[in-house]
Design a protein around this ligand. Sequence first.
Ligand code: GLU
Length: 469
Amino acid sequence: MTVRVRFAPSPTGMFHVGGARSALQNWIYAKQQGGVFVLRIEDTDAARNKPEWTEGILSALDWIGISRGSYEGPYFQSANAGEHRAAAARLHESGRAYYCDCTREDVQARTGSQYQGYDGYHRDRGLGPGPGHALRFRTPDEGATVVVDLIRGEPTFENKLIEDFVIARGDGSPVFLLANVVDDMTMGITHVIRAEEHLPNTPKQQLLWEALGVKPPIWAHVPVVVNEKRQKLSKRRDKVALEAYRDEGYLAGAMRNYLMLLGWAPSGDREIVPWSVIEDEFRLDEVNLSSAFFDEKKLRAFNGEYIRALPVAEFVDACQPWLTGTGTIAPPPWQPEEFDADAFAAVAPLAQTRIAVLSEIVPNVDFLFLASPLIDEAAWTKTMKDGSAELLDDAVAAFEALDSWDAESLKSTLEAVGAERGLKLGKTQAPVRVAVTGRTVGLPLFESLEVLGRERTLTRMRAARLRLV
Ligand code: GLU
């Protein structure tokens, strides 16, 4: 039997990191089993779906390595509406479903006002189809539904506790629960790997498989991803969109490695490992049962390591979207013609060791491309003290006298200017850094001055000096 798994996102918002993790788990499981990964877009909720969300899912999947053309699909649930209706009709014909026109108020009036479920009133009343008549599934009175779950063993649900749930609404349209089962069935899905939040639906869905006469799939319900307060990640409260991480400059390799470590770890106390190791070693049944903390700080640290591991040329390439601004990435503060690729290449290795996400490249190098630096006023006030004006005067004079404009000479020259005042290098270079880059932190100063060049450096230092009059 060929293993067939599916990833079945609903295009109702930005693509969630938890979804990306489920997609990767399905992807790896299919690969390990020599199986097939199917992508199905569950777009039946017309009011909440937007085509751009679907496009977002496809491109985000592509970004983390589930590339278009390498899986089956995408299929669209809305295209299978006929199958969903036919299945509802079959369940009615076989007596496994019946029509009901009760409102919630009707049920509550019969059973007491607190009752949220359904009391089975229409089970044997033979109501026919008609406007406002919902179709309910007749759940068995006895026995239990045992779900085979690769992560959870065999969760068991007593059938008498499962109410006769609705499978098609009063307007005849099948509900999501049924559409999802019918699609899995038609697509020959053998393993359903999805988030734990769907587990309460699973006994109902398994009953539908059985009633439709098809052997149910093997299930795997993966624990949810939570924030630092152990709350399920929510798109209203937390940063959950995979695209947001991509646009901030997380590397796809770091992101997918980190996502796979949520609730699982490779052998030997390692965390950062080649993707091939994860593909070999990942075991669905080893995924931890407790919810997984999505720790952005840890992800940042991970990403920094991935950035440092890149060959410099690749790092330079990877920075391009932030240096030029493309698609969803905002343009940098300089004009395109101000950008100097050679100057960037010269400082790139210095930046590579210092940034954790690629977007941080911009504030680190903007001083090189802007006609005058963006001065951070708080940094200016904090740094420019009594004596800074004189110090800048002396530094300008000493730099003007330099024969060779290189980092070594700049450093020893400024060191000497500071020493005359009894200042350590750190204190001496702070006003120079603010004058030239506008900030208190950044790339190593003397290499920066070397690349910026004599004229521009001296002009900026003189301009800062004038501001201090
Ligand atoms: N469309 C559902 C969701 O996005 C997936 C349901 C499933 O995986 O069975 O939550």
